[in-house]
Design a protein. Structure first.
Ligand SMILES: O=C(CO)[C@@H](O)[C@H](O)[C@H](O)[C@H](O)COP(=O)(O)O
Ligand SMILES: [Zn+2]
Length: 193
């Protein structure tokens, strides 16, 4: 049994390494473009909004912390808001409208032209994320998508998309984490010193 478990550990690490190698081969250009797009919006007075479900909600909140607080180096606080954090707003919208509207209604209330919505969905099909992207586009925001399936509905709505194509949701999320930390680093460098 122990060997079976160890085998699963090793196979998972192998899957992760293969995806990292693929990301290393093909990911540099899109990650650099995403960082540039966010940095430009923030420099022009825009705000970064983020949304996602489950582990991706945690990723959205993680990123907001890197921007509002600090990633590595000292610079001004950067405006970033995860739309998964206010339980009163979330429960009100889900209860009085529907779960599909939990992010879109907040986008309608908050997002302005020139802002960025960074939307996470490993399936690329979560209805609440898609609806948020549609409303954000109507309001003149740029849409950045992190997905885990190529040619998903979310990718089709996005201006820029990083697709970490993997069979397991968790493996896609691990590539998302590597990629978004690089984005945080690149954006921070453009505001530091
Ligand atoms: O973290 C994980 C799996 O690793 C889960 O919580 C996962 O995020 C949830 O199942 C989400 O609801 C999946 O939604 P999505 O990424 O397909 O939009
Ligand atoms: Zn997870």
């Amino acid at each position: 049994m122990t060997n079976g478990r160890e085998q699963i550990v090793r196979e998972t690490i192998e899957d992760h390494k293969a995806l990292v190698a693929q990301f290393e081969r093909h990911g540099a250009e899109i990650v650099a473009r995403i960082a540039e797009s966010i940095a430009r919006s923030l420099a022009e007075g825009g705000t970064l909004y983020l949304c996602g479900n489950g582990g991706s909600a945690a990723d959205a909140q993680h990123i907001a912390g890197e921007f509002v607080g600090r990633f590595r180096t000292e610079r001004r606080a950067l405006p970033a808001v995860a739309l998964s954090t206010d339980t009163s707003v979330l429960t009100c919208i889900a209860n009085d409208y529907d779960y599909e509207s939990v992010f879109a209604r907040q986008v309608e209330a908050l997002v302005r032209e020139g802002d960025v919505l960074w939307a996470f969905s490993t399936s690329g099909t979560s209805a609440n994320v898609l609806k948020a992207a549609e409303v954000a586009r109507r309001k003149g925001a740029r849409i950045i998508a992190f997905t885990g399936r190529s040619q998903s509905p979310l990718e089709n709505l996005a201006d820029l998309c990083l697709c970490a194509d993997a069979r397991a949701t968790a493996r896609s999320q691990e590539i998302h984490q590597l990629a978004y930390h690089i984005v945080c680093d690149l954006v921070e460098r453009s505001f530091a010193g």
